[in-house]
Design a protein around this ligand. Structure first.
Ligand code: GLN
Length: 185
């Protein structure tokens, strides 16, 4: 069973995209819920709000512990920010350190708050939506760059952790969700 963090943000779109990829899911709102799943999706939303709610529910600690025990995670946009090990301004979000990357919030500025672009994955490319997206400014050792936009990483992986800065749940294209299923095995 795959869990989708259901505290805030666009968890419903993730649920639909997972269905397209052929998997069922449940919403995770508490530490008890987390015990019932063997993988977790952290959706887009607002990373500062996520941080507050993750602390309040005890999920911050519980998620970190589960990841230490090899739980696969897919983190997107605001999820990517909270999953990282270091967050550059604006402050307010707390990193869970699930993967050794540095993210910068709202990196594409106000005038480009939202845009669609072709992202490169090897020789292939696909459309991706960026909504007040973060940038991955640094990748630590062992972090693999899977897809890029203008030469900068937008999809990275380390072990069982997948991080994308775009909204992979809004396109009806389950390419990243299928990768999560592959990692779950
Ligand atoms: N800019 C948001 C943040 O900093 C993320 C935006 C999103 O998830 N679409 O949390």
């Amino acid at each position: 069973m795959i869990g989708i963090l259901g505290l805030q943000g666009n968890f419903l779109e993730h649920q639909q995209t997972l269905k397209l990829a052929g998997a069922d899911s449940m919403l995770v709102k508490s530490v008890e819920d987390l015990k019932k799943v063997n993988a977790l999706i952290i959706p887009g939303g607002e990373s500062t709000t996520f941080s507050i709610l993750l602390e309040r529910t005890g999920l911050a600690k519980a998620i970190k512990q589960r990841v230490k025990n090899a739980m696969p995670v897919l983190a997107t946009c605001a999820g990517a920010i909270v999953a990282s090990s270091e967050i550059i301004e604006p402050k307010g979000a707390k990193p869970l350190s699930l993967i050794d990357i540095t993210t910068k919030r709202n990196a594409f500025g106000r005038q480009r708050e939202s845009f669609e672009a072709k992202v490169k994955r090897g020789e292939a490319s696909f459309n991706a939506k960026f909504i007040r997206a973060p940038a991955i400014e640094r990748t630590g050792q062992g972090v693999k760059i899977i897809a890029q936009l203008d030469g900068k990483p937008v999809w990275v992986e380390s072990g069982k952790i997948i991080v994308v800065t775009f909204h992979t749940e809004l396109d009806g294209n389950p390419i990243v969700h299928k990768r999560l299923l592959e990692i779950i095995g």
